[in-house]
Design a protein around this ligand. Structure first.
Ligand code: AHR
Length: 506
């Protein structure tokens, strides 16, 4: 059976910029840094010790930023341990992940890495075990243009010019009892507010991210956000949101259907609506002229089902090691559909969500798996994120269309066909998802101007299909046929598929 969806791409862009929506986390966790991006002396690495294949794969993703050094890790991390001659750096415990931290990768190495990827750093402060002075010292070291003892030390360590890092996190998930030195909302907000005030004295252009609720499942979801915003609203620019799909509470061992699995993205929309409403309410109540946006700086599918986790493939050890597998999820084609819906959700909400990052980059809940024997796998979900980074830039442009809905017991109704469009200079792009497992859809989209085809690829596989070292290209995008008739574009979306299209304005 086939239905037709007709849509009209607006002549007027929303004006909402998408350039910071497709970042990634690189946390000192599992084999993300050691055994992921970095492998020291290995034959697969460059002179700086970074895996060449991983670097190329990340570079191709055209990432908006790298959020570093965590995640939970940051709340126990002291940045001075990661600067200066590598052989003199201390070996410390990484308590967050029960690992050992050799400090071979620190600020300078990751900043160089970000530059090589053609992206920027989003640095996170330690608001857990570090005091405010330690964070201010880090900011002075990285961003202060003048001559001080700290900036002299930076120069001695090889960076003549400041790193000029614009985006800064004021800690991570401080509401979580798993967080090192976790706090009550008031206590956290007062510390974050003071740090923010002092950082902005040094550099008013710094963009600061206040820690929001760490997950929607917590009883304090929303309340924490209201309290911290109430205290620190004027000093910050963003409030963070985090979400991992496939939490045990939803799916594991319950053998739910695919539509229950995909439907979680409708829940994300409700969560964004709630947090956006709290931000708006705070602004109105305070009669503020200042805006705060959402930084969705951790999201991903996180399979808890052991069938999807390559945990302990390498050591299986109970010892604390520098490079040890943690949560190495294997992603299948269902996850591609979920990623595409999440990407569309971020774009559709780009009036309030201005920054977002998948978590993490390599091995640990990541789109890339790197093995010690030099093999690397781009997982299924690498590709929708590659689409986004390469094509969904510029501004969001609304599309007027209507779609049937699919009903999920757990999350309510969600769109069968999910379409967004973007405009970047003379390129128009469309990401279209068909969430139905059975129904093919014909799509007809009209645009305000005459177009010519630039790029068209589709992803369509069995829901459980995965990429592996034996079969690394089982799930990859394929070229796709689109009819372009002046300002009208027609294509067929097979059941359960994702299409990425780009056109040049004539
Ligand atoms: O991404 C893994 C962890 O998940 C992060 O360290 C933390 O912020 C979140 O709970």
């Amino acid at each position: 059976m086939s239905v037709t969806v007709r849509g009209k791409v607006s002549a007027k862009s929303s004006g909402n910029c998408l350039d910071m929506l497709f970042g990634i986390n690189i946390e000192h966790m599992g084999r993300t840094v050691y055994g992921g991006i970095y492998e020291g002396e290995s034959e697969y690495c460059d002179a700086q010790g970074f895996r060449k294949d991983v670097l190329d794969a990340l570079k191709d993703m055209k990432l908006s930023c790298i959020r570093y050094p965590g995640g939970n890790f940051v709340s126990g991390y002291h940045w001075r341990d990661g600067i200066g001659p590598i052989e003199e750096r201390p070996v410390k415990l990484n308590i967050a992940w029960k690992q050992v931290e050799p400090n071979k990768v620190g600020l300078h190495e990751i900043a160089d890495y970000a530059e090589r990827l053609g992206t920027q750093l989003l640095m996170n402060f330690n608001l857990g075990s570090a005091d405010i002075q330690e964070s201010l010292d880090l900011f002075e070291y990285t961003n202060f243009p003048g001559e001080t003892t700290l900036t002299r030390q930076r120069k001695k360590n090889g960076r003549e010019k400041p790193f000029s890092i614009r985006y800064w996190g004021l800690g991570n998930e401080m509401d979580g009892r798993w967080q090192i030195c976790n706090m009550e909302a008031e206590q956290y907000a007062k510390k974050a507010k003071e740090l923010a005030r002092l950082v902005k004295l040094i550099d008013p252009e710094a963009k600061l991210i206040l820690v929001g609720s760490s997950k929607p499942l917590l009883k304090t979801f929303g309340m924490w956000d209201k309290t911290v915003l109430d205290i620190a609203y004027e000093q910050v620019d963003f409030l963070s949101m985090h979400s991992y799909f496939d939490c045990p509470d939803y799916f594991v061992y319950k053998n739910k259907s695919i539509k229950e699995y995909i439907g979680v993205y409708a829940e994300i929309q409700k969560n964004i609506d709630l947090i956006a409403a709290i931000i708006r309410e705070t602004k109105l109540r305070k009669k503020s002229k200042h805006d705060v946006f959402i930084s969705f700086d951790e999201w991903n599918v996180w399979h808890r089902d052991p069938r999807f986790i390559n945990e302990n493939r390498f050591s299986g050890s109970k010892e604390w090691l520098a490079s040890d597998a943690r949560i190495e999820c294997v992603y299948d084609f269902k996850d591609v559909i979920l990623y595409a819906n999440m990407i569309n959700t971020l774009i559709r909400n780009s009036d309030v969500v201005k920054l977002a990052c998948v978590c993490q980059a390599v091995n640990c809940i990541a789109p890339i798996l790197a093995y010690p024997n030099g093999k690397m796998v781009k997982q299924t979900v690498y590709y929708p994120y590659w689409f986004a980074g390469n094509y969904l830039k510029g501004e969001y442009v609304p599309v007027d269309y209507s779609s049937d809905t699919i009903h999920s017991e757990s999350f309510g109704d969600y769109e069968q066909v999910n379409i967004i469009s973007t405009e970047n200079g003379n390129i128009r792009a469309v990401l279209a998802v068909n969430n139905s497992e059975t129904e093919e859809v014909s799509v007809e989209l009209s645009f305000p101007e005459i177009l010519e085809r630039n790029f068209a690829q589709i992803m369509k596989n069995a829901p459980e299909a995965v990429n592996s070292t034996e079969n690394p290209e089982e799930v990859i995008p394929k070229d796709f046929s689109v009819n372009v008739l002046k300002n009208k574009v027609c294509f067929t979306l097979p059941a359960f598929s994702v299409a990425m299209l780009a056109f040049k304005k004539k």
